[in-house]
Design a binder for this molecule. Structure first.
Ligand SMILES: Cc1cc2nc3c(=O)[nH]c(=O)nc-3n(C[C@H](O)[C@H](O)[C@H](O)COP(=O)(O)O)c2cc1C
Length: 173
């Protein structure tokens, strides 16, 4: 399961999807509403060769809520890029949308690759939320220092795709 959230780095999820498929993974993209402003679901679904979903309320097939079915099927929930908002939602068990509902309903390991403005990343709230998740066994592919889309240099640039894939391989064996 590849969660994609509303970071400017969401376009990199296309390359990530393509590389994961090349690697032999079966990828199911789940976009937040904000992610859909940065990248078209069609791009991810074509590269993943699986439907890209984002609507919690699109319940057209079968009787079982879609998010429960997806959650049960996942071997890994990878969120890349992961926004500060998504990290906060995960840490606090909030489930306002499809991705966050899947997150609560799955028992798959969770790997997150944060991407955000350096001040957002270093904010005490974001750091506390990440610490909470780490205590629960969540893994992070740490962002890098670099030129950020917001115009600043800082820590918050999405980790290279290669490092994210290494993280996936490490968790899935
Ligand atoms: C142009 C633009 C770029 C953004 N980039 C980021 C980002 O890289 N990281 C981040 O945490 N939030 C970023 N945001 C803010 C998020 O989109 C916002 O917090 C949103 O509520 C995230 O929703 P989601 O976590 O459900 O995807 C950006 C917003 C805009 C308008």
């Amino acid at each position: 399961m590849l969660g994609v959230t509303g970071s400017i780095a969401a376009y990199k999820a296309a390359d990530l999807t393509s590389r994961l498929v090349e690697y032999g993974a079966e990828v199911f993209p789940v976009l937040t509403e904000s992610a859909g402003r940065f990248i078209q679901p069609l791009t991810l679904q074509t590269l993943a060769r699986n439907p890209a979903v984002s609507d919690l309320w699109a319940e057209e097939e079968g009787w079982q809520p879609g998010h429960i079915e997806i959650a049960d099927r996942a071997d890994l929930l990878l969120v890349a890029p992961a926004t500060a908002h998504c990290i906060a939602n995960f840490a606090h068990g909030q489930a306002p949308d499809l991705l966050t509902s899947i997150h609560l309903a799955t028992r798959a390991p969770v790997l997150m690759a944060p991407a955000m403005n350096g001040k957002m990343f270093e904010h005490a709230a974001t750091q506390a939320n990440m610490a909470t998740l780490r205590e629960r066994g969540y893994r992070f592919v740490d962002p890098e220092v670099g030129r950020l889309a917001c115009g600043y240099e800082g820590l918050g640039k999405l980790a290279p795709i290669e490092s994210i894939i290494d993280g996936v391989v490490h968790l899935l064996g």
